[in-house]
Design a protein around this ligand. Structure first.
Ligand SMILES: *Cc1c(COP(=O)(O)O)cnc(C)c1O
Length: 393
């Protein structure tokens, strides 16, 4: 794409596919197994080792990983799932898939993650009303770890299970430990969609340290069918298998696992590059009428999936929409992450509406994500900054 000035389009996120990745994929295409071969377990081992998790269950999307995680934790009709309103719809929809009610916990305006104070108050109220959630989906927005120490303590005190939605956060760390290590949750889910930290085109993974949860998720990703001789109830013939529960076909093909595994070799350099570019944005954007995302600190080493600024409309004398449109007109692919999930028509039909999560709504009113991906050049980043500076004048 080319703009009026001939400037090339800079998207907000972009994958990198190398010749090495292509070779890894074509090797599988020439092999005996396009799916259900050795690549999926090999990819699972690499991700589990990087994250410090005991088990990794690869599936065909991050959304599938969230669904399996909810099912494994026993979420069903009559239950309640809570998540952040500032996330992709999948973090909430996984509850609806299971027939559970979905509700939200407002964010901390500084971190854009679930506010432990809001969670504490909402848990206390829910406890009094006998309407505690079964599952809390904690999103590590933009790749920065949510306040898991505080959140896990509150959830445990009320018997609430935790899923970390780490679709943005592979390669990040919280409290000195890799996101996905499971120290503060039951299951962590990842996404390998092309805009995320690494890609398998489509794909996702569920990480856990719990043997039983891992086994349930493996069963559920492939129809609920087992061939494990120790588990068969009615026969032991060589062709025999049994369906023990209602599973899905959420399998990841080997072709895509090979791409994901090849990309894992660059995870560390990707996250370092993202962090360096984020630091550069911080320096170059200082003093403009913007609220910048929280910097890394002793507890948080973000994976920097997104660099989301908030436009200070009063100080700028411009609306976010005007700034957004000026950026798009200059061929810069800014985006807004996210429209609060509770304001989506599907959730409005279920009783939600404006004013219910004021911090999330205030953030959304001013938010804009700037381009950030490992192959973004400093020259292109300078063009983003110069265009934004101009748009804010
Ligand atoms: C991308 C994303 C998902 C869904 O992942 P898919 O692989 O696209 O299904 C879930 N949660 C969050 C926060 C995401 O950004």
């Amino acid at each position: 794409m080319s703009g009026e000035g001939g400037d090339t389009f800079i998207p907000y996120g972009r994958q990198e596919v190398t010749e090495e990745d292509i070779a890894a994929v074509t090797r599988v295409l020439r092999s005996d197994f396009l799916t259900q071969g050795p690549e999926v377990p090999a990819f699972e081992r690499v991700v589990a080792a990087h994250c410090g998790a005991r088990h990794a269950v690869a599936v065909n999307s991050g959304t599938s990983a969230l669904h399996l995680a909810c099912l494994a934790l026993g979420l069903g009709p009559g239950d309640v799932l809570w998540t952040s309103p500032i996330t992709f719809v999948a973090s909430a929809n996984c509850g609806a898939y299971c027939g559970a009610a979905v509700d939200f916990v407002d964010i901390d305006p500084r971190t854009r993650n679930i506010s432990p104070a809001a969670l504490e108050e909402k848990l206390r109220k829910a406890d009094r009303q006998g309407r505690l959630p079964k599952v809390l989906v904690v999103v590590h927005f933009a790749g920065r770890g949510a306040e898991m120490r505080e959140i896990a303590e509150l959830a445990r005190a009320h018997g609430v299970r935790i899923i970390e939605d780490a679709a943005h956060a592979l390669g990040g760390a919280y409290d000195g430990r890799p996101i996905g290590c499971g120290a503060w949750s039951d299951i962590t889910t990842l996404s390998f969609h092309p805009v995320k930290i690494i890609t398998s085109a489509e794909g996702g993974m569920a990480l856990t340290n719990d043997d039983a949860l891992a086994e349930t998720m493996r069963l559920l990703r492939a129809h609920g069918i087992t061939r494990d001789a120790a588990r068969l109830e009615h026969d032991d013939a060589p062709w025999y298998y049994e369906q023990h529960t209602l599973g899905m076909n959420y399998r990841m093909p080997d072709v895509l696992a090979a791409l994901g595994r090849s990309q894992m070799g660059r995870l560390t350099t990707y996250v370092e590059r993202r962090a360096a570019l984020a630091k550069r944005y911080h320096a170059l954007l200082a003093g403009l009428p913007l609220t910048l995302p929280p910097k890394d600190d002793a507890r948080h080493a973000s994976a920097w999936h997104l660099y989301a600024v908030e436009v200070d409309e009063e100080a700028a004398g411009k609306t976010r929409r005007e700034v957004f449109e000026a950026m798009r007109a200059a061929n810069i692919g800014v985006q807004v992450h996210y429209i609060p999930v509770h304001l989506q028509p599907f959730y409005r039909q279920r009783g939600f509406g404006p004013g219910m999560f004021p911090a999330a709504e205030a953030y959304y009113a001013r938010a804009m994500s700037l381009p950030l991906f490992p192959t973004l050049s400093e020259g292109d980043q300078d063009r983003v900054v110069a265009t934004l500076r101009e748009a804010l004048r």
